[in-house]
Design a protein around this ligand. Structure first.
Ligand SMILES: *Cc1c(COP(=O)(O)O)cnc(C)c1O
Length: 384
């Protein structure tokens, strides 16, 4: 098998979750949308289930896959449902639903009876102008939801546009807007993504919604030393060659050797999710030693400088990002976001590791389907 792979440290994931929740206070949903930001949603959800108050995904199909994998924790669908058929599935599985526009309330009004009631998160647009009810509509939407008789509880939520820029006054305006819009409404509140909970103490309320920080990546420029890297994205050297002074390397001949250089060829490229925009000089680690990328990243291959690493050779391990080279550093060098880098690593096989359950974590057992999803739905609702 090709040696390029993502090794995911589930213990670090759980520790980052506990750190996020301790910073936020109250409870926290672990956000595992987009295949847990490229870390494998089911394995991450199984590890998190022992510590987390609940999980969040973007779409119904992501939640269904977790239910089928045997996950019993509460699961919030951050974009809510898109059709009456989706609503039926969500209700039957006991999923929690974000409601952010009138059509979703209408679907609930027209649905059949919901004896246990749905746990609803009512999303207020406090200034991002993407999804959510306008502040002046919050009370009306709240009342209309209560009048359906199908709602078990309402959590009030909003989402920040600029929380990763701690000096941007936008976040303070959003907090004030949300507080004004919801002043007369009862129920728990949820404002914070990772950046919000790290850098905006006044926004920490009843529920946090950390995503990126669980995976050991900082949402903005400031470093957070407590976060442990979760994904090691690694490959190997499969050939070594020498460039003479004046030789240029790779597509676009974007690197010309100023002197004799020893080059390692690595069998990973932008099709594996390593950013093509990473320039000459982007750090990588070979057998734990720091060196740099040279030449343009190809689809299935990239090239690194081994001139000062005489012991490195065919078979040497290359860390593209992980403990030695933080993903934030690669993202900054490539002019991309850590979110995009982590989510983009789909081709490489993923391997999950945990010392707590020594090797048992990596297999997915689709046994829950036969064991009855309805019973699991009951558990999910009861724990809400
Ligand atoms: C993705 C998402 C989060 C998590 O955001 P991070 O920046 O990854 O912490 C929280 N809330 C909502 C509504 C989201 O869509």
């Amino acid at each position: 098998m090709r040696p390029t792979r993502r090794v995911v440290d589930l213990d670090a994931l759980c520790e980052n979750y506990l750190f996020a929740r301790s910073v936020h206070g109250g409870r926290a949903l672990a956000v595992v949308k987009a295949d847990a930001y490229g870390h494998g949603a089911l394995a991450c959800a199984r590890a998190l289930e022992s510590v987390a108050d609940g999980l969040a995904v973007a779409f119904l199909d992501e939640a269904v896959a977790l239910c089928e994998g045997g996950i019993c924790s509460p699961i919030l669908i951050l974009e809510g449902v898109f059709s009456p058929a989706e609503l039926r599935v969500a209700v039957n599985l006991g999923l929690w639903l974000v409601i952010h526009h009138d059509e979703q309330i209408r679907m609930l009004e027209k649905s059949g009876p919901v004896p246990a009631g749905v746990n609803v998160w009512l999303k207020i647009d406090s200034g991002m102008r993407r999804a959510g009810f306008a502040p002046e509509e919050a009370s009306r939407a709240y009342d209309r939801l209560m009048q359906t008789g199908k709602v078990r509880s309402i959590t009030l939520m909003t989402h920040f546009a600029c929380a990763d820029e701690p000096d941007d006054p936008m976040t303070r305006r959003q907090i004030e807007c949300f507080d004004r819009a919801t002043a007369a409404l009862p129920g728990p509140r949820s404002l914070c993504n990772s950046a919000g909970l790290l850098w905006w103490p006044e926004a920490r309320k009843d529920w946090g919604r950390p995503g990126i920080m669980l995976y050991g990546a900082e949402p903005g420029g400031r470093s957070v030393p407590e976060l442990r890297p979760v994904m090691t994205f690694e490959s190997r050297i499969f050939a070594v060659r020498t460039l003479e002074a004046g030789d240029s390397l790779g597509y676009g001949a974007s690197y010309t050797a100023p002197s004799r250089k020893r080059i390692g060829l690595v069998c990973a490229g932008y099709a594996d999710g390593y950013p093509q925009s990473a320039p000459n000089g982007t750090p990588v680690a070979v057998d734990g030693q720091r060196t740099v990328l040279l030449g343009r990243v190809s689809m299935d291959m990239l090239t690194v400088d081994l001139t000062d690493l005489p012991d490195a050779d065919v078979g040497s391990t290359v860390e593209l990002w992980g403990r030695t080279i933080r993903v934030n550093v690669v993202a900054a060098a490539a002019g991309r976001s850590v979110y995009e880098l982590l989510c983009g690593t789909k081709r490489a096989p993923v391997e999950h590791r945990s010392d707590r359950t020594a090797g048992k974590q990596s297999r997915t057992t689709p046994s829950a389907l036969s064991s009855g999803l309805a019973g699991r739905a009951a558990e999910r609702i009861a724990s809400g």
